[in-house]
Every structure is written in C-alpha cells, then in structure tokens.
Write a protein that binds this ligand. Structure first.
Ligand code: 4NP
Length: 155
C-alpha cells in the first residue's frame, strides 16, 4: 500500500496543486501518492490557475492535468498525511475531524520548516504577479524537508 499525502488549500487551484506537483516530483512513485483538494467548492472540476501552471512549467513540473476537488471527510481515512496551506484551512479541516487520530494527521505545512510558528503560505490568487513565484519557492523548500522526512520514516 502506498503512503498517501494530501495537500489542502481553499480553492484547490493555486497553492495545493503546486504543493501536489512539487512533492510528487521529490518522491518515488511506487511508494508514495500525492493528491490535493480545496476546502471550498467553487473550483470543483477546474484546472489549476494559469499562473500556477506557468510557474510549475518554468520549473519543469506539469500540473496542467490536475482537476479541482473539494476536501471530504473520507480523506481523513484515505490519507496518511494532510498538509494545509494556512491557518484558516487548518481550522476548516480540523472542524470536520471526528476524533484525535484524524486531527493528528493534519499539519500546517510551513511548520515543517518553521516549527510551531504557524506561518501561512499566502494566497496568491488576488495578489501581486510575483506571488506565484514566492509561493512556488516556499513550497519547494518545505517539500524538500517533507520528502526527506517521509522517505526516512517509511523506508
Ligand atoms: P487557493 O487560492 O486556495 O490557493 O487555490 C484561491 C483560489 C480561488 C479562490 C480562493 C483562493 N476563490 O475564492 O475563488
């Protein structure tokens, strides 16, 4: 059984599709699967934002085939690790958890880089054009830490 990791943001079109593509590129495919979802329902079935697709492509990662979906309570059982992009995603997901085991699967992603600091990956959707570049670099850095940690733990 592969180890399953889920990346979660609000819309599932900007941040979590990037996080999915970046982490998947750092993990061996035979042992790990990576997916993403949004807490909101606006972008179900949509492709990632063009700006996320572009910054990923610039870094040789193809996320253009991903399709948006909404986080579901089934995801707590289906995934081993759930990484959320910001504090608001964290509250939304934790609110849906039924027990402590489910809550323990949920991690604020940048706490892997800056433990206990509860730093958000900023939502680039309405922001400056270079917001996507900034988010890409943050996610690339934290996914280096996550991939090393998970590979070590499950070898
Ligand atoms: P994301 O960004 O959570 O990084 O995918 C957003 C994209 C769209 C919306 C909100 C956040 N929206 O409200 O449509």
């Amino acid at each position: 059984m592969p180890i399953k990791i889920l990346m979660v943001c609000l819309g599932n079109i900007c941040r979590s599709p990037l996080a999915e593509g970046i982490l998947a590129s750092k993990l061996p495919k035979n042992k790990f699967t990576v997916d993403s979802a949004g807490t909101g329902s606006w972008h179900i079935g949509h492709s990632p934002d063009d700006r996320s697709i572009a910054v990923a492509k610039k870094n040789k990662i193809n996320i253009s085939n991903q399709k948006g979906r909404q986080f579901s309570t089934n995801d707590f059982d289906a995934f081993d690790y759930i990484y959320v992009m910001d504090n608001s995603n964290y509250s939304d997901v934790i609110e849906l958890a039924k027990n402590e085991d489910q809550k323990e699967k949920v991690h604020l992603i940048l706490n892997e880089l800056f433990p206990n600091e509860n730093v958000d990956v900023p939502d680039p959707y309405f922001g400056l054009p270079n917001g996507f570049e900034i988010v890409y670099n943050m996610l690339d850095e934290v996914c280096n830490v996550i991939s090393k940690k998970i590979i070590e733990k499950h070898q």
